[in-house]
Design a protein around this ligand. Structure first.
Ligand SMILES: [Zn+2]
Length: 478
């Protein structure tokens, strides 16, 4: 049995007025047609169906001569609701919140409103009456829905009229509800109240829409500006790189380099860096050692005569260190030298050549890092340095070798019985005998049985090869 067919109210004529009676108000002797009630919707006579025991069935009214009519329950509840609201003249209504996209605003909080009068209107062409509650002649429409919701047509009409409409959805209510429960649902509870349409909310929604559009417009404007700025910066960058490429091109021109080198040579004598380094090493322009005048590709980056910067590096990182610490120097690094060079040669470096990775087409032109590294490698050939490779030239370390010490011996375990013998050969620069001895020892102390001895000897062998390569010059006994 559907909810709608369990009609809970009947209408009884009492004198000139009509009274809406709940089935629970019908006395036992008034069951059946004796209830003297008609359907609130179609006006047909009703029977009061009262159960003989509690478990029998839900007490209800039923149409006497016809099937039940569609809107009987709804109409009855509207009538009852109107009665309740008229008695109470107040109602708690839910808060009103306006939404537009991601924006929202609480227009009014949940609150109790009072009414001046309540009207039940039976509209033409629609059998469910509307409850209209007025406050200061402003209407609030109250829709009680049970089996029939609010259709699109009705919604459009409400929207057009601008009448705020509150739905009280009672479709979940028990069929044998208590009349007091209905009162609570209508007056105080917010449990089943929803705004179908709220005129204030709609107004606020328009404001939010305006606000949203403003925000969007501002955002678009900002994006457009950011894009413009990005393009401008890109253009500036491209122009800068183009200029840089032109300057690099000029610096790489060999005729131009000749002019520069002549100018630098003229300035050499009075160069403060040269003066300091040459004094420190006790050399003059007439006695410049070969390893302080080495042709290094890309050296034009230094912006001065090569003897200036090579004297600077050699004096500061090799000569001075050996003088101060003998064979107990820390390794020198390309990174550290590069940092100091940038400081000491500030203002004279050709900065366009210091770093060129940002300009296409100059990958094989050595930059400042490469020039420094290449020079250190040449010093290694001369026997002053020994590279500890690091995977990238920027991080490469070089051990400073004291030409007068047997530095390389520091890795040979002193407990090796041949230690003294090797040391003597090293001290006396008897390289061939030294190499022969190491070869023998490499066989004696195999990698499998004496890994520690073997590795140290293998390292020493490489050092002896470097030492005996004939590149060591006599000038370094300063
Ligand atoms: Zn009816």
């Amino acid at each position: 049995m559907s909810y709608a067919s369990k009609l809970p109210y009947g209408l009884r004529k009492e004198g000139d007025s009509e009274v809406l009676l709940h089935i629970s108000e019908i006395l036992p002797h008034e069951s059946g047609l004796r209830c003297n009630c008609v359907c609130p919707s179609c006006g047909e006579r009703l029977q009061a169906k009262l159960p003989k025991t509690k478990e029998d069935f839900t007490p209800r009214f039923a149409h006497h001569n016809s099937e039940t009519c569609d809107y009987a329950t709804e109409t009855a509840l509207h009538l009852k609701a109107k009665e309740i609201i008229e008695e109470e003249k107040r109602m708690v209504i839910p808060r009103v919140v306006a939404h537009y996209n991601n924006l929202y605003k609480e227009v009014t909080p949940k609150r109790e409103v009072t009414f001046d009068r309540v009207v039940l209107e039976r509209r033409v062409g629609n059998v469910i009456p509307d409850i209209l509650a007025y406050k200061d002649s402003r209407p609030l429409m109250i829709e009680i829905t049970i089996t029939h919701g609010i259709d699109d047509e009705k919604f459009k009409k409400l929207e057009k009229l601008g009448i705020s409409t509150l739905e009280i959805d009672l479709s979940d209510m028990d069929t044998d509800f208590d009349p007091e429960f209905l009162r609570n649902q209508i007056i105080d509870s917010l449990e089943s109240k929803y705004w179908v349409y709220n005129a204030v909310e709609e107004k606020e929604k328009e404001c939010l829409k305006e606000e949203y559009l403003q925000i969007q417009k501002k955002k678009e404007e900002e994006e457009r500006k950011a894009e413009e700025k990005r393009k401008w910066l890109e253009k500036v960058r491209e122009e800068k790189l183009k200029d840089k490429a032109e300057r690099i091109e000029k610096l790489l021109d060999s005729n131009y380099q000749l002019i520069l080198k002549k100018r630098w040579e003229k300035d050499l004598k009075m160069d403060p860096i040269w003066i300091k380094a040459s004094k420190g090493m006790n050399i003059s322009l007439n006695t410049v050692p070969e390893y302080i005048n080495v042709d290094i590709p890309g050296e034009v980056v230094f912006g001065c005569d090569r003897r200036v910067w090579q004297a600077y590096i050699f004096y500061r990182y090799v000569n001075k260190k050996v003088k101060l610490f003998r064979d107990k120097t820390f390794p020198i690094t390309v990174k550290r030298i590069l940092e100091n060079v940038k400081e000491e040669f500030k203002g004279r470096l050709n900065y366009d050549l210091v770093y060129m990775k940002d300009v296409a087409g100059y990958n094989d032109v050595p930059d400042l890092t490469q020039v420094i590294y290449d020079y250190l490698k040449r010093l290694q050939e001369y026997g002053y340095l020994l590279e500890l490779e690091a995977g990238h030239i920027f991080y490469s370390k070089f051990i400073v070798l004291d030409p007068d010490s047997v530095y390389e011996m520091r890795f040979i375990p002193t407990e090796m019985s041949e230690y003294k013998k090797i040391e003597n050969l090293m001290k006396n620069s008897e390289w061939d005998e030294c190499k022969e001895l190491i070869k023998e020892l490499l066989l004696k102390y195999s990698q499998k049985n004496h890994p520690k001895y073997f590795d140290a000897l293998a390292y020493l062998f490489d050092c002896v090869i470097v030492r005996s390569s004939g590149r060591i010059l006599l000038e370094r006994d300063f």
